[in-house]
Design a binder for this molecule. Structure first.
Ligand SMILES: [Zn+2]
Length: 369
């Protein structure tokens, strides 16, 4: 990405948390129209999640530059660090730091489950940059092209999504401490079984969805038991809970109910349960003009569009704190994402990139020679 941005002649900057930007023209320092996304992925991820928004942004810049199009405002492409956050939580860490939502020092100290420290890893790969803060000047606007990662556009047969906002996210890491013991000699009523409690939490979060309605989502994506052996009662368990809702009050209620249930389980099984918040973001609504712009641009290109909220978190929700922000979605085949089978047809990739280009031309003010 950096070499492509350099080849285009953009001003390439890497900030201290590794966020990369390429700005055109290189001497443009006033608030830019920013596009972009991220190029990190989850461990078993696909090739479109994030990368599409960055590569389409580079394509937009290349189109402007090769066409000799001058804009009233600079245009910049960003690739944000650690959007996924599955190794270094929270998710959207790079864009969160860029908008001032987390201190640089705190971010660089984030430690992964494998013991790696973010600041050390950035230095190791050469992306502990020199720029003090990516967004010392807030952008004029931010638009992000991304794959939907869900089934709604494909199901509706619509190529473009005008994203209205992002649902709230709550991530917790729960540690259960019990007593490892022999599976054959320990009576059931004397067990302090961390594995049983972890499984109970995993099944309980499903009931929150029945209770709070279809907008409530709940996932236990990671459970680690120790010692993790067939004939030993688990002495400890670490699990993660991912709760999401478009309604912040409902999300807070889900968190409260989970905390109550954990306290009950701890008392019943004589274990201790501690909870660490890994990420907590309120729902975000995108700029109404940005949403309308995506719709209008799509219509102008003869592309059908529909409004929809995002189920996943995105860098755009962080940028929405400091500038008008919006997103363009294109369909994900089968609604599959965070999976190597993730796929979006070329025609949709091209359609999305063209919508992005027209949004940029509108927002940056194309100067007709
Ligand atoms: Zn993404």
């Amino acid at each position: 990405v950096v070499s492509w941005l350099r080849d285009l002649g953009t001003r390439v900057e890497v900030d201290r948390v590794g966020n990369i930007t390429g700005t055109w023209p290189p001497d443009g320092f006033e608030p830019a129209v920013l596009v972009g996304s991220h190029i990190d992925s989850v461990r078993a991820g696909g090739r479109y999640d994030g990368a599409l928004g960055v590569l389409a942004g580079i394509e937009v810049l290349e189109t402007l530059i090769s066409g000799g199009v001058e804009t009233a405002r600079p245009v910049a492409v960003a690739s944000f660090t650690d959007e996924e956050g599955s190794r270094f939580p929270p998710d959207m860490l790079g864009s969160l730091v860029a908008v001032g939502g987390m201190s640089l020092e705190e971010a660089l100290d984030v430690t992964a489950p494998d013991g790696a420290v973010l600041g050390d890893e950035l230095a190791r790969i050469g992306y502990s940059g020199a720029s003090p803060c990516l967004l010392a000047v807030a952008p004029a606007a931010y638009i992000e092209l991304h794959v939907e990662q869900g089934p709604r556009l494909e199901h509706a047969g619509v190529p473009i999504g005008a994203v209205t906002g992002v649902q709230g996210i709550s991530w917790a890491e729960i540690t259960v401490s019990g007593q490892a013991n022999h599976a054959g000699t320990t009576p059931m009523d004397l067990r302090r079984d961390a594995g049983h409690v972890a499984a109970s939490i995993a099944t309980y979060v499903r009931t929150l969805c029945d209770r709070l309605g279809p907008s409530q989502l709940a996932t236990v994506g990671r459970i680690e038991l120790a010692p993790n052996l067939v004939n030993v009662v688990a002495g400890s368990a670490v699990l993660t809970v991912d709760l999401r809702n478009t309604d912040d009050d409902a999300l807070a209620e889900a968190e409260r109910l989970l905390a109550v249930r954990c306290a009950e389980l701890a008392a019943d099984e004589h274990v201790t349960i501690t909870t660490r918040t890994l990420a907590r973001y309120a729902p975000v609504e995108f700029d109404p003009e940005a949403v309308a712009l995506v719709e209008a641009v799509s219509a102008g290109l003869g592309l059908a569009s529909m409004r929809l909220p995002s189920g996943a978190g995105h860098d755009a929700q962080m940028l929405a704190r400091v500038c008008p922000a919006g997103m363009i979605f294109v369909p994900s085949a089968g609604g599959i994402s965070h999976n190597p089978a993730e796929h979006t047809d070329d025609e949709y990739l091209e359609a999305g990139a063209n919508v992005l280009l027209r949004c940029v031309l509108h927002l940056a003010g194309a100067v007709t020679p």
